[in-house]
Design a protein around this ligand. Structure first.
Ligand code: NAD
Length: 255
């Protein structure tokens, strides 16, 4: 298939819904062969169906991003299935209902959140870098959040993990630039996905309105808003871009 990602193989974590699904559909439409991974099998398989219905190529691999052996196996599966790996999109994360401000945050909850939201990115980079390098170069895209830049809210494990993702992105970018492995990070504002459903579509409509107002453009983000940025970073159009932090947030961080 022709397109901005023709001839490229992409692995996307957390692609069973939300932003990861939108990226899988867009990357495949632009010619990539996509390995959809998620801890939720049903969501991942649905994404593959969406890609195939649109005429693209994708396969699903069940993967818990906090488990080294599973991330390593997913990268191996991508290479065995499609021959190489050019794009690793470390997108999966959780917003845990027991996350809290530090004085109310239990140690085991901290450990769980850091494992899924930060250790996962280390694992994704660890196993993808050698394969991307072998393929002659490519792109790692990590997902942080405005929370990783601004220290807002009372979800302190999430915030710390997302701050760590930004630092790790810069370090990986510096370490592997010579091997043509680029690494960049996206910091979304509030995006209307299942992660935010309890806030944006809950019983209090004023909460959604206040989120909308906090973005100068006056609306929430869509998964496609973020996927467009990821497409640029995945493609060779961004070949001089590495170690960079992209806020895609309707103007929030500029206030
Ligand atoms: N939605 C927002 O407002 C927002 C804002 C800033 C950043 N983000 C970040 O964007 C990324 C995508 O989130 P989203 O909004 O699409 O949310 P989402 O909940 O719709 O998607 C996250 C996906 O990750 C998967 N996942 C969760 N734990 C996993 C695990 N251990 N292993 C593998 N997959 C796992 C989920 O099953 C889900 O499909 C996340 O990194 C999130 O932190 C979201």
């Amino acid at each position: 298939m022709a397109g901005r990602l023709a001839g490229k193989v992409a692995l996307i974590t957390g692609a069973g819904g939300g932003q990861g699904r939108a990226a899988a559909v867009l990357f495949a439409r632009e010619g990539a062969q996509v390995v959809v991974t998620d801890v939720k099998v049903e969501g991942g398989e649905e994404t593959v169906q969406l890609v195939r219905t649109a005429g693209g190529q994708a396969v699903f691999r069940a993967t818990d991003v906090s488990r080294a052996a599973q991330v390593e196996a997913a990268v191996r599966y991508a290479v065995e299935t499609y021959g190489s790996l050019h794009i690793m999109y470390n997108n999966a994360a959780v917003l845990h209902r027991k996350d809290a401000a530090v004085t109310n945050l239990e140690e085991d909850i901290w450990d769980q959140i850091i494992a899924v939201n930060l250790k996962s990115v280390y694992l994704g980079c660890k196993y993808a870098v050698p394969e991307i390098s072998k393929a002659g170069g490519g792109s790692i895209i990590n997902t942080s959040s405005l929370a990783g830049l601004l220290g807002v809210g009372n979800v302190h494990a999430y915030t710390a993990a997302k701050g760590g993702v930004i630092s790790l992105t810069r370090a990986v970018a510096m370490a592997y630039a010579g091997q043509k492995v680029r690494c960049n990070v996206i910091c979304p504002g509030a995006v209307d996905t299942p992660m935010m459903a309890h806030v944006l579509h809950g019983s209090n409509p004023k909460l959604r309105q206040s989120f909308e107002k906090s973005h100068p453009i006056g609306r929430l983000g869509t998964p496609e808003d973020i996927a467009s940025m990821a497409l640029y970073l995945a493609s060779d159009e961004s070949s001089w871009v590495t170690g960079s932090v992209f806020t895609i947030d309707g103007g929030s961080a500029a206030q």
